[in-house]
Write a protein that binds this ligand. Structure first.
Ligand SMILES: Cc1ncc(CO)c(N)n1
Length: 228
């Protein structure tokens, strides 16, 4: 699966950290979702943490609204907040409800260190920097899950117990939202750095934000595999 799917900037950033990107998108946790061999306990452990992740991730996208410089940027960020809070989290609420965990308990989940590190890193990128620093840190989450979702929709074992998770990230709602994010991302970068953005003096720092967020995604999967 090529990163070019979600735009030029993402493709370049992904190609700028190939081993970290592979460690994230081909992690043992992901392979367990694909084969169906991931233990249910590990999945629920991950999903509870991911609910809390999405709460703070929504705050980070909301900061995108604050840091936008065009109405188009603002619309994509506001739309993403809506998609996260009102749609993606429904997967977590529903799956956990089936396992006897209600939403109040979900919201009260004690945040683990890897989770805390990741979301606060993203928020800090946006607080310390500008809109580009923020979206460079947000990008691995968005496009990585898009890429994983599409691959697993192709490769997952028939009738896998993780079909709902795969359908959420391979589905048209998520994929179309990520296309919109990718288009906005390219426009935002070109607007500030010009069409030759790869040779901008800022590029290395943006790559660093992206690479660090990718490494934090690896940590998030590691956390999922650790006994709760
Ligand atoms: C850790 C993590 N990264 C990315 C996504 C996709 O939104 C998610 N739900 N969780």
């Amino acid at each position: 699966m090529s990163g070019a799917h979600y735009g030029r900037a993402f493709a370049a950033l992904q190609e700028g950290c190939p081993s970290d990107w592979a460690a994230y998108t081909r992690h043992a946790f992901v392979e367990g979702l694909r084969s169906g061999d991931l233990p249910r306990e590990a999945f629920l452990h991950y999903l509870k943490q991911d609910y809390v992740f999405l709460v703070h991730f929504s705050r980070a996208w909301s900061l995108g609204v604050v840091k936008s410089e065009t109405l188009d940027e603002m619309k994509v960020c506001a739309g993403t907040v809506d998609a996260l809070v009102n749609h993606e989290m429904a997967l977590h609420v529903q799956t956990c409800a089936e396992a006897g965990i209600d939403e109040e308990a979900l919201f009260a989940t004690r945040e683990e260190i890897e989770n805390l590190a990741y979301t606060r890193f993203v928020l800090d990128a946006g607080l310390q920097g500008d809109f580009l620093d923020l979206i460079a840190a947000l990008a691995p989450c968005c496009f990585g899950y898009g890429e994983i979702g599409l691959r697993l929709a192709d490769e997952a074992a028939e009738g896998t117990q993780y079909a709902d998770w795969i359908a959420t990230y391979s589905g048209a709602d998520y994929q179309e939202a990520m296309q919109a994010v990718g288009t906005m991302f390219d426009a935002a970068i070109e607007r500030r750095l010009g069409p030759d953005f790869l040779n901008s003096p800022r590029w290395a720092a943006l790559q660093d934000r992206f690479t660090t967020a990718t490494r934090l995604e690896v940590g998030f999967w590691d956390m999922g595999l650790r006994p709760a």
